[in-house]
Each structure stands twice: as C-alpha cells, then as structure tokens.
Design a protein around this ligand. Structure first.
Ligand code: B12
Ligand code: SF4
Length: 517
C-alpha cells in the first residue's frame, strides 16, 4: 500500500479513553479535503485491557515505520509528552526520514520542550492547527520559506524560533466533519457510562463551538487562545452542519446518543433553539447531554432542550465559596449556580456538579461551604476532584515552584491525580487538612453509591429505549459485566492469559483501564 502523505498519531497514553481525539479527526478531514492522503493511527487494545504501555508504544513505532509517511503528526497533552518523545526518538533512530510535527496543548504552552534534543522534532504547531498544518505541508512541498508560515516553532541555532502568531479562523464551518472514516468508530461505540455520566450509552462526543470566553485560573484554554490573534475566540458551527453530522452518525454508525463537549454550548439562546428544533424536525431520536457555564443557561432554552431529548446538563460548580470562585476567576457566583440548578431541576434534567477541593487559597471554612453548597444544589451526580495545577494554566505559573522538569510531566498520567496530592507542589489550599482523606470521604459519601445505582436506575426505567437499539445485545453484556461481576472475572482471565504470554502489566493503578468497558 502506498505511504500516506500525512500520518496522525493518537498517543498510546489515550488508548483507553472513551473520547477519540477531536484534534486528529478535524485535522485529518481538513488536510484530506485538500487532496492529501491522510491516515490516523489510533490503536485501541480492545482484546486486552491490561496491556503494557510499552507494548502499545512499540506497536505504534512499528506501524509508523511500516507506513513511512512523509509527514508524521502527534497530538500532545502534557500527560502524553514522555510517551510521544519515546516514540519520536525510536522512529528517528530506526532511520525515519519524514518530517515530525507536533501540536496540541502542551506544544503550544511549552514549545521549547520539543527542541531540547536535536534532530527529533521538526516543527511545533502553535494553537489551532488545521490551516497552519496545511500551509506548512504546502510550503515544505514547494520548498518555500517556512518563516512565512504563521503559528509555528522550529529549531534554529541550537534553540528555536517562532513565526508570527496565526489569525484565528472566524468561520469554523470551513472545517469539514471530523474524519470518522479514518478511525474504527465502533471501538468507541461500545456501551459506556462515561460519555454521559452514569447513563449506559453507545454514543459519541461532538463539538458545535470552539473557544471559551472565560478565564478560569485552573484551565489551559485561556493560554491556548492567547497564542493566536483573534477578533473573537468563541466561534460557532452552523446548526445545519452540526445536524448533518449527527444524521450521518445516526445513519452510518447507529449512535444512540451524543455528548456536546463544547466549553460553552449554550452561549446563544436562539442558536440552542434552532438546534433543538432541528433535532426534532429530523426525528433523530437521540439521547443527549451537554456541559455548560451556569451563567449561560436560561429558562427558555431549558424547555427546548428537554423536548429535544437532552437528559443531563453538566456544570462546573467548583466551589461553594464566593471568595474562592473569585480567586479562580470562574466568572460567576453561588447565586447564579443555584439559579442554573433550579432551572435544570424544574425542567426535569439530571444534573452533574463538577466540584473541586484543594482550590487555590481554600480555607477550612471554604471547604465546608463547598460541601454544604453541593448538598443544597441536590445534583443527580456529584463529581468531586482534587484541583491539580496543569501546565499552561495560571495556577501552574503561580503555584508550582520550581516548575516541573520534563521527566515529571508523567505525573499527569497518574490515575490518582484527582484523588490524592501526588506532589507537594500541587497543594493549593491554605488549610492543613489531609486532602486525600477528604476526597475519599466525599467519594464514599456522595459518589460511589450513585456511580452504580444511579446508572442502574436509569437503565431500569428506560428499558424500552435499550430494547429498541441495534446495540441491545451489547447493552445486555455491558449490564452483566457491570452488575454481576462478569467484568472483573473477564478482566482477571485476560490478565491471566496475558501473563501466560509473558506480557507485563501496566495501568495497574489506573482506574481508566478497569473502567473501560
Ligand atoms: C476532550 C478532552 C479530553 C479527551 C480527549 C483528549 C484530546 N484532546 O483529544 C480525554 C477525555 C481523553 C481527555 C483526557 C485528558 N485530558 Co483533556 N481535555 C479535553 C478538552 C475538554 C477538549 C479538547 C478538544 O478536543 N478540543 C477540540 C480540538 C479540536 O481542539 P484541540 O485539542 O486544541 O486541537 C487543536 C489544536 O490544539 C491543534 N492540534 C492538536 N493536536 C495537534 C496535532 C498536530 C500534528 C497539529 C498540527 C495540530 C494539533 O489543532 C487542533 C485543531 O485545531 C480540553 C479542554 C479544551 N476545551 O480544550 C481538555 C484538556 C485538553 N485536557 C486536559 C487534561 C489535563 C487531560 C488529562 C491529563 C486529564 C487526566 N488526568 O486524566 C487527560 C490526558 C489523557 C492522556 N493520557 O493524554 C487539559 C490539558 C492541559 C495540559 N497542559 O495538557 C485540558 C486543556 C483541560 C484543562 N483542564 O485545562 N481530555
Ligand atoms: S469555563 Fe471551562 S473551558 Fe472556559 S476557561 Fe473556565 S474551565 Fe476553561
């Protein structure tokens, strides 16, 4: 088979994720549309949940060398950094001659990390990647001057240079639908309670907007957008295009539902109304949920959303202390949060409250306020996490001193990161309480029981929906696995089988591996 022009690689560190990489699917469809041959390498160890990360890495290296693309692209969060570096180094030392390009959050925040070792990476794409990648490939193919490609970094004189920042594309409808045809979407369509949390569903995440107008100190988004020139950061896809994508997903892949992963889906009331009417007109009959900011949720849209099949709304509550919400630049207060939950409950939505402990400057009193406030909100699902300063966020710059070394980036891959303080530099609160212990208590009291029984309740009360689905057999299997221990038994048999084959295990303490079914 002919080598692809561009091979985009999903890092093995995400092999268990129930989310595919939006970035790669969007990049791929855009470049493919311009006439290039594009492939996505997205290995998912479906048959062997306990596989070692190094096995996945080796497999990835072999596939890259076999495919031998002209351009090799990696998407990279901080958590993927070490794994990607190993892969890139190995393919280089095996004689790979193509250009290696890396993009995503971590390269955008820390381009310097990719030029410490010479001769591995060729280019870093900063910020939104579609047009930059196309310009870069075209310029290289035409032997042009890469200094004229806006929004990249490249090695120069023992260090690196950056070109001018790229202007954000205003009309994001120019991006075709994600290249679902380049991955095995069925791998992502196995029933999961992770997409719309606690609802067993064969569905996919989708994006209808790009960008976020807020500036939360614990989020990487503000820094991502700060690297680009723009008139407005938040851009919306036309509803027709979104509905067209959903129709395709329903007709071609038989999805039962979807999750809108936008940062601010409900930004515009009229647009939400148009979306809901469109869903009803097309009779797509899909279950769906979205996350949004409490300030952007209104009574009118709630009614339309409920009628159009939305079952769950997820909010970033974070804290019950107005002082802490201000410190975190959340752009809202407890009054607005309460209002959004009241509207949701009045319209019969299931609600999810994302809550944070170990927030910056948090006192014992603030912590108590958060727990009390969460109880008053009465969400269907409490989702507590320990605030972790991520590279690229304001919190990281302010609190993580000295900054992490490149080797320490793997801390973000530790499955316990939101359950325990795994590095003293990650302690942001002002009190001296044991945060890990508090998390365990909150988990036992508010999360564990619901994790199993809320999902069960939904399942039992929506039997007709499951019976109608073409995935009904998968649902039955998933149900048996989850509630009758078949999952654990199969997992143990799998581990035993692989130990016979001599595979080492990893993800031993990573709950994602055990959770993914
Ligand atoms: C969906 C999502 C996920 C999904 C999918 C990950 C993904 N990015 O594909 C899942 C659930 C797997 C996930 C996991 C995690 N995530 Co996450 N996630 C997001 C989220 C909400 C949206 C990302 C997205 O898809 N955006 C839409 C696409 C189109 O945009 P994009 O990814 O920025 O890609 C564009 C450019 O960056 C660039 N680009 C990206 N890759 C490449 C590659 C090339 C070659 C080129 C040229 C360009 C390019 O072009 C793309 C198109 O324009 C963001 C928050 C946000 N709103 O951005 C957090 C975010 C990316 N996640 C974050 C984190 C911390 C995590 C976890 C570490 C959490 C954890 N501890 O489990 C894990 C990491 C898992 C792992 N092993 O890597 C942080 C990253 C911070 C950082 N410094 O890395 C973010 C920013 C949220 C935050 N709190 O700040 N995540
Ligand atoms: S509202 Fe969400 S996406 Fe926007 S900056 Fe805050 S945490 Fe990030």
């Amino acid at each position: 088979m002919a080598s692809p022009d561009l091979l985009l690689v999903a890092p093995p560190t995400r092999a268990y994720s129930i989310f595919f990489s939006f970035a790669l699917l969007y990049l791929a469809s855009f470049i493919e549309e311009k006439g290039y041959k594009v492939e996505i390498l997205d290995d998912r160890p479906s048959h062997s949940e306990g596989l070692d990360l190094s096995i996945l890495q080796n497999h990835c290296i072999k596939s890259i060398l076999d495919k031998n693309p002209r351009y090799l692209g990696f998407t990279c969060l901080t958590a993927d950094f070490i794994c990607i570096e190993k892969i890139a180094k190995s393919v280089r030392s095996a004689g790979f001659k193509g250009k290696i390009i890396v993009g995503g959050h971590h390269p955008t925040f820390c381009p310097q990390d990719f030029f410490v070792q010479k001769g591995i990476y060729d280019y870093v794409v900063l910020g939104e990647g579609e047009q930059t990648l196309l310009d870069l490939m075209k310029t290289l193919d035409d032997k042009g001057n890469i200094q004229h490609v806006d929004g990249i970094a490249y090695a120069e004189d023992g260090s690196f240079a950056k070109t001018s920042p790229r202007q954000l594309i205003e009309n994001i409808d120019i991006f075709p639908n994600p290249a679902y045809h380049l991955i095995d979407l069925n791998q992502y369509l196995r029933p999961s309670v992770g997409l719309i949390r606690h609802i067993l569903l064969c569905g996919v995440p989708i994006l209808t907007t790009r960008g976020c107008p807020y500036q939360c100190t614990y989020c990487g988004n503000p820094s991502l957008w700060a690297t680009q020139m723009h008139k407005k950061i938040l851009r919306t896809r036309s509803i027709d295009k979104v509905l067209e994508e959903l129709s395709l997903l329903k007709n071609q892949y038989a999805i039962d539902g979807f999750y809108i992963a936008d940062d601010a889906f409900t930004l515009n009331e009229d647009r939400v109304g148009e979306f809901c009417r469109g869903l009803l007109d097309r009779r797509l009959d899909l279950v769906w949920a979205c996350q949004t900011h409490v300030n952007l949720f209104t009574e009118r849209m709630a009614g339309w959303m409920r009628d159009a099949g939305c079952v769950q709304v997820e909010f970033g509550v974070e804290s019950g202390s107005d002082r802490v919400l201000k410190v975190m630049k959340k752009g809202t207060n407890t009054k607005n949060i309460q209002r959004a939950f009241d509207i949701s409950h009045a319209h019969g939505f299931r609600t999810l409250a994302n809550l944070m402990v170990n927030t910056p400057t948090e006192t014992e009193e603030d912590l108590r306020s958060t727990i009390d406030f969460a109880k008053r909100l009465r969400p269907t699902i409490y989702s507590y996490a320990i605030t972790t300063p991520l590279v690229g966020t304001e919190d990281y710059k302010k609190y993580v001193k000295p900054p992490l070394t490149r080797e320490e980036y793997s801390l973000y891959l530790d499955g316990r990161i939101y359950r325990k303080i795994i590095d003293e530099r990650f302690k942001l609160s002002a009190h001296r309480l044991d945060i890990g212990k508090i998390y365990r208590h909150l988990n036992r009291r508010y999360m564990f029981f619901r994790y199993y029984f809320d999902a069960l309740l939904y399942l039992l009360t929506h039997m007709r929906f499951y019976a109608r689905s073409v995935h009904r057999n998968d649902y039955v299997m998933a149900f048996l696995k989850r509630y009758f221990g078949v999952n654990k038994l199969m997992h143990r048999m799998n581990r035993f089988y692989h130990s016979l084959l001599g595979f080492r295990e990893c993800y031993g303490n990573d709950p994602r591996a055990a959770k993914s079914f």
